[in-house]
Design a binder for this molecule. Structure first.
Ligand code: DLL
Length: 438
């Protein structure tokens, strides 16, 4: 399957013009598939008085209706599938905070495409046959487990399917098996680092080269912490179950934006309020239409994720696919505190560059009368925990000052001892909004 020393598939370097033609051809086929085989879309098209044949050029996509997460829930479990259940060879689910999970399905061809897409990403960051790849995410309904597993196998790496939890054992396995590449959520990776240290093992003695981290927001400063601690290069990995799972977009060795695979996804950025396309290079909500999905051809799917298309010319890695900036936040995890928009990822970025601050934090939002209060609980690093009140106060006001500079918002900062804040093996929950429950 290897196309060349540098690329897994030829499509990664496909000339832009050819890529655009391929997109249009595939878009038309996807629309036909949805219109003819999914009653939900047939109805939506009829209501919008549009037929798949009306889409003649790329710009016509804006005539089509959007699909939202609620549509998947309302058609639970298989209502949006475009193929007979007999042709579906696997399902995954993704649960939100409430209600029924979203169920996604794959035909054999879908799985094959997906495996190659993730293999592209792993190959792009340097995973090869002689690597030992430890996959430290959940293997059940979450797409990150099997998604990475089969891709690393396809490359021919030795896969250690260790899943999450039992972290001491995981560290021991890394040493025993000679693990060179890992996949985890960034918050779990920080926890692995801490557990290794508690076992008197310096994380950089493990011998890792590559870390693939994603499935939740993380920041540039967290990247730095992970790279320094493990002696690795850490790459951002983006995806969502509704678009197969991981492998939608991934950083290359330049670590300057994530290549989003435009031969498999049609990419739009819209204003989440007006749903109109934003100007070139402007921030907005990522909207994706899968171009090769047989079982679940979602049209103009609103991901809820905020990013922008980076326009910095062609990437020096040679890939022709556009790059998106790392996800800035989700339109639904942005909180408005005293009229100011706050994304937890902004807070993370500030905290992770303060050397006295440990790796774990939590943001609590409460209401005091009519006033919103934001409290940031941060763990201090053991080495700086002197017990002296004056040291404490100094660090506290430093954190407060730095947060104010970024957010333009006064915060209460609570310093706590290492180990106080809950650890997560998969996606972390760092923001607790208690305003409605008070
Ligand atoms: O998280 C798929 C995945 C698995 C991606 C492994 C990367 C690695 P879901 O559980 O459906 O799928 O959650 C998708 O997670 O809409 C984003 O809000 C968030 N997310 C995923 N990757 C990133 C990332 C998987 N790199 C939702 N940065 C998405 C920020 C991310 N947020």
């Amino acid at each position: 399957m290897v196309y060349s020393e540098r690329y897994w598939e030829r499509e990664e370097v496909i000339p832009e013009k050819e890529l655009e033609e391929l997109q249009l051809k595939r878009l038309k086929a996807t629309l036909r598939n949805a219109y003819e085989n999914v009653p939900f879309y047939h109805r939506l098209f009829r209501e919008a008085e549009i037929k798949p044949g009306d889409i003649k050029g790329r710009e016509d996509i804006s005539k089509l209706p959007f699909t939202v997460k609620e549509d998947l829930r309302e058609n639970y479990p298989f209502g949006l599938f475009a193929v007979d259940k007999k042709r579906v060879v696997r399902i995954h689910t993704s649960s939100g905070t409430s209600g029924k999970p979203k169920v996604v399905g794959y035909t054999e061809k879908d799985l094959n495409n997906w495996i190659n897409m993730v293999a592209r990403c792993l190959y792009m960051v340097g995973v090869r046959k002689d690597d030992v790849f430890q996959n430290m995410v959940s293997y059940t309904f979450f797409t990150g487990g099997l998604g990475f597993h089969y891709a690393a196998e396809r490359i021919g790496a030795m896969v250690v399917p260790s899943g999450t939890g039992n972290t001491e054992k995981q560290v021991q396995y890394m040493l025993d098996f000679g693990t060179t590449a890992i996949h985890a959520t960034p918050s779990y990776a920080l926890h692995i680092k801490e557990v290794a240290e508690s076992m008197d093992i310096q994380p950089d003695e493990i011998g890792l080269r590559i870390g693939c981290f994603g499935a939740e927001p993380w920041s540039e400063n967290t990247r730095k912490r992970l790279e320094d601690a493990f002696g690795i290069r850490a790459f951002d990995s983006y995806g969502l179950s509704e678009m197969n799972g991981p492998g939608v977009a991934f950083e290359c060795e330049e670590q300057n934006g994530l290549h989003i695979w435009a031969d498999h996804y049609f990419i739009e950025i819209v204003d989440p309020e007006t749903l109109e396309p934003v100007g070139e290079g402007e921030k907005g909500e990522l909207v994706l239409t899968p171009l090769t999905k047989e079982a679940l051809p979602l049209i103009r799917y609103r991901t809820g994720d905020i990013t922008y298309i980076m326009d910095e010319g062609k990437c020096s890695c040679g890939r022709t696919h556009p790059r998106i900036h790392r996800i800035l936040g989700r339109s639904d995890d942005m909180v408005v505190v005293r009229g100011i928009n706050v994304f937890p990822s902004q807070i993370e970025d500030v905290l992770m560059r303060i050397s006295e601050v440990g790796d774990h934090f939590q943001v609590l939002i409460t209401r005091n009368g009519s006033l919103d209060e934001i409290t940031v609980r941060v763990e201090m690093r053991d080495e700086v925990f002197t017990g002296e009140l004056s040291d404490f106060a100094k660090i506290q006001s430093k954190v407060q000052r730095e947060l104010y500079k970024e957010l333009n918002l006064r915060t209460n900062v609570e310093l706590v001892e290492k180990g106080t804040i809950e650890r997560f093996a998969l996606k972390s929950k760092r923001l607790v909004d208690l305003r409605d429950s008070l």
